[in-house]
Write a protein that binds this ligand. Structure first.
Ligand SMILES: Nc1ncnc2c1ncn2[C@@H]1O[C@H](COP(=O)(O)OP(=O)(O)OP(=O)(O)O)[C@@H](O)[C@H]1O
Ligand SMILES: [Mg+2]
Length: 259
């Protein structure tokens, strides 16, 4: 399988203090990797390193076969951050404008979007079930609807890899279930590689094929299996984590528990 992310001997710290030490792992095309770990274990920092927002102290990162320092196809990489940090939703923009803003690499700065671009935006909104809201102001949507629009915003540039950092924080359980299902579909039907951080271990185990646990400046990544999760969670959190998915909230979900 093609490795779309390769990390070798990666270390990073803010100032003197190391946050990540000698990480070695890879992500293959089509993987859905769920990253878990306690607060402060370096999950967001790792994503920032993979997005070249911060630079490694030591080690190597390859994205889509290229060293991250030389990598220049950032339109193939999508990033959905925690809603609260991602966008000023009081900004008076429509849903269509928010999504088309991510097309600038195709449209060119300061140029008007044409019919073809509008179709791309419509298709992205349709994928997340928000096409009927295209003329609404982003600030007038609910948290879950906004988060769908932010996913459409990433989808419009047809990414090969999507990074998501706790995308369901502050979203009700039903909408959260639906968002996980949507991500599951993007992964299984569109072949998008997904790397997602979430504290909702149960829900993530439904859709991810691999689970990465971060603790003690390290990452342990393995196939999604109950045995691996139970044993590593005990090490990571120091107690037994109840791994039951109480209910699966998405009525239309195509996925089955324990996929
Ligand atoms: N900009 C920064 N400057 C200095 N230290 C930072 C900075 N960002 C994060 N840290 C520290 O690095 C460590 C890892 O932070 P990070 O945000 O990656 O953790 P996390 O696993 O994403 O946690 P959470 O689950 O709370 O989101 C923490 O100890 C944090 O205090
Ligand atoms: Mg974080």
């Amino acid at each position: 399988m093609e490795k779309v992310i390769e990390v070798k001997d990666l270390s990073f710290g803010y100032g003197e203090r190391l946050v990540l030490e000698n990480l070695n792992f890879s992500v293959e095309r089509g993987d859905f990797v769920g990253i878990i770990g306690p607060n402060g274990s370096g999950k967001s920092t790792l994503i920032k390193l993979l997005l070249n927002i911060v630079k490694p102290l030591r080690g190597e990162i390859n994205i889509l076969g290229q060293s991250i320092e030389k990598f220049n196809c950032w339109s193939k990489i999508g990033y959905v951050s925690q809603k609260a940090n991602s966008f000023n939703t009081a900004f008076p923009a429509t849903v269509e404008e928010v999504v088309s803003a991510n097309l600038y690499s195709k449209v060119g700065l300061f140029k008007r979007i044409n019919k073809e671009h509008k179709n791309l935006v419509y298709d992205a909104l349709k994928t997340v079930g928000m096409e009927d809201y295209k003329d609404k102001l982003i600030g007038n949507l609910s948290g879950g609807q906004q988060q769908r629009v932010f996913i459409a915003r990433v989808l419009v540039s047809k990414p090969e890899i999507m990074f998501l950092d706790e995308p369901t924080v502050g979203i009700d359980a039903r909408t959260e279930g639906a968002l996980y299902c949507l991500l599951g579909k993007l992964n299984s039907e569109m072949g998008i590689t997904i790397v997602m951080i979430s504290h909702d271990i149960g829900a993530m185990t439904v859709h991810a094929n691999k689970i990465a646990c971060m603790t003690n400046k390290q990452i342990i990544i393995n196939q999604n299996s109950k045995e691996f999760i139970n044993s590593s969670l005990r090490d990571v959190y120091g107690y037994d984590v109840n791994l039951q998915v109480p209910r699966h909230f998405c009525e239309n979900c195509c996925m089955k528990e324990g996929k």
